[in-house]
Write a protein that binds this ligand. Structure first.
Ligand code: HEC
Length: 112
């Protein structure tokens, strides 16, 4: 666990346990469901998850990286987080997995 902040070890462990069954549930969400959910993020994070302004771009990060951030926001464990803590309360685990997969599959620099 070198390089992890103290206290994150158990969180990462639980996330690893969750990853496999969640992936199966995420398959159950239709592509239309997922793009509707993802559209709600784009006002802030830019079209296709590539932000033109100060907001973080979310496209093209890895699926586990995005999923871990979203789960941590929902759990309220990211210090200084504002809206994301509230927004993620509305998403279940399968939806978070699907969102992470959706944004991981988009090109980091935006579609050309
Ligand atoms: C109202 C604007 C808004 C909306 C809508 C929004 N976000 Fe965010 N997002 C933020 C802000 C602001 C942050 C910085 C953390 C904070 O203050 O909560 C952030 C941070 C993030 C991060 C971490 C980025 C990083 O590099 O640290 C991810 C991933 C993310 N959002 C994904 C999403 C997803 C997926 C959705 C749609 C379900 C979404 N966001 C909807 C405003 C928004």
């Amino acid at each position: 666990m070198v390089g992890l902040k103290p206290g994150l070890g158990p969180v990462v462990f639980v996330l690893c346990l969750l990853a496999a069954p969640l992936a199966a549930h995420a398959e159950a969400l239709s592509a239309a469901d997922v793009s509707l959910m993802a559209a709600s993020c784009m006002n802030c994070h830019g079209p296709q998850g590539v932000s033109p302004g100060a907001m973080a771009s979310i496209a093209g990060r890895t699926e586990p990286e995005i999923a871990q951030m979203l789960i941590a926001y929902r759990a309220g464990t990211i210090p200084g987080a504002t809206v994301m803590t509230r927004i993620m309360k509305g998403f279940d685990d399968a939806e978070i997995t699907a969102l992470a997969r959706y944004y991981a599959a988009l090109p980091a620099g935006g579609a050309r």
